[in-house]
Ligand binder design. Structure first.
Ligand code: G3I
Length: 375
């Protein structure tokens, strides 16, 4: 009898502890706290894909339920020479995603940057004809998407084709094929894997003129009966702009055009914008100090401003969770961020959710609490 009572008390104690744990926001991770709102993703680099950066890999498994390759699925890496495909890195990336139950994203099929030169030129270096470029696009898209058919769930089919003033970027794709290169890419992509979600991905898509052209593009694709599931809004943000309101208008307007929104490539840099410098560039020391001011860590007041900006954006994403399928940060820890070298080479930047020692920043728990509060 006494034994039974002890068992009952022990079981009750355990149940109480686990109930507390289940309810306590501090025990949650990003992916669990946000699971009813949107996927929470990250970009992966090669050391992570190959498991060499163990600290980041642990974070990715614990915090994220979606992944995208930061570089290794761009055309210059996948098809460095015509017909010579290199799939080793991408295969490892997809294996990692499947082993960890991730929503896997392909980035990116048609992008003017990081495309190999051969894609656009003949054997004497002249631009190829429209027919040849169409054939090369089709072959690239079909070969890559067929390999990961049913495994990669969504693709950035076309990346960064429209400028802030609403005109088309004068890329080689555009010069040779005109605006039609985009519908063609979506057509080839859908033919290659009818089950895959297809996205148009770009930066600064909250600029009104750019947004208008992207919306026209969505309408054009839909009127041709082509599939487009979402607009990917890259979110390489700074402290000065855009306003939350501007970003919100864009999310609402894209959703009204009949697509979901993916918040892709999220990072917020607390560093000064080089366009607003006061130091003279010829005064090297003063210039370096002003442009790269936090080499030994972020001052508390700047960290607070930076956190608040992130939280403002997450508040916005949560408010519009019905329109947003995924939020993806562009990397895990500050030390690996591309922002350390852009727009100025060699700065110490702090745009991500994990610090240079792979420790979770206090912001992570604040995002989790925000998600819990909105329930
Ligand atoms: O792989 C080589 C390595 O062998 C070499 O030693 C090293 C020396 O610089 O360069 C390595 O390649 C770099 C590559 O990243 C991998 O680290 C390239 O130089 C560098 O240009 C490349 O930068 C990437 C950039 O796209 C290229 O345009 C960034 O990591 C990546 O974050 C960035 O991602 C883009 C998105 O795809 C599209 N939207 C904008 C975003 C930021 O530019």
């Amino acid at each position: 009898m006494k034994k039974n009572i002890i068992h009952i008390l022990l079981a009750a104690g355990l149940a109480a502890v686990s109930a507390c744990t289940a309810l306590h926001p501090d025990s949650k991770t990003l992916k669990t706290a946000l699971k009813n709102d949107f996927y929470m993703g990250t970009a992966m680099n090669l050391p992570q894909i190959y498991g060499k950066d163990k600290k980041s890999v642990d974070i990715i498994k614990k915090q994220f339920n979606s992944i995208v390759a930061e570089n290794c699925m761009k055309s210059m890496y996948l098809q460095p020479r015509e017909g010579a495909f290199h799939f080793e890195d991408a295969d490892r990336f997809v294996d990692f995603g499947e082993q960890n139950n991730m929503f896997i994203i392909g980035h990116t099929l048609i992008w003017h940057s990081q495309a190999p030169r051969w894609f656009f030129t003949d054997n004497v270096g002249k631009d190829v004809s429209p027919e040849v470029l169409k054939q090369r696009m089709k072959n690239h898209i079909t070969t890559v998407m067929s390999r990961y058919k049913g495994r990669i769930k969504g693709w950035d089919v076309v990346n960064e084709a429209i400028l802030e003033d609403g005109t088309y970027r004068k890329s080689k794709f555009y010069e040779i094929l005109g605006e039609e290169f985009i519908p063609l890419a979506f057509q080839y992509a859908h033919e290659a894997d009818p089950s895959a979600e297809l996205y148009y991905n770009d930066y600064n898509e909250w600029y009104p003129a750019k947004k208008e052209t992207v919306i026209q593009l969505i309408k054009k694709l839909k009127s041709k009966g082509l599939r487009i599931d979402a607009v990917g809004m890259q979110a390489h943000l700074g402290m000065d702009g855009p306003l939350i309101k501007e970003y919100e208008t864009a999310i609402v307007d894209y959703a009204a055009a009949g697509v979901k929104v993916n918040i892709t490539e999220l990072d917020i840099s607390p560093l000064p914008n080089p366009g607003k410098m006061t130091a003279n560039i010829s005064d090297t020391i003063a210039y370096r100090e002003e442009i790269n001011p936090y080499t030994h860590g972020l001052p508390k007041n700047i960290e607070t401003e930076w956190e608040n900006r992130y939280l403002d954006f997450f508040r916005l994403f949560l408010k519009h969770h019905d329109k947003i399928e995924r939020v993806t940060v562009w990397g895990v820890a500050d030390t690996d961020s591309w922002k350390n070298n852009f727009p100025v080479h060699g700065r110490t930047d702090y745009p991500l959710l994990f610090d240079r020692n792979y420790q979770e920043k206090p912001l992570v728990k604040k995002i989790i609490r925000l998600a819990e509060e909105q329930k």
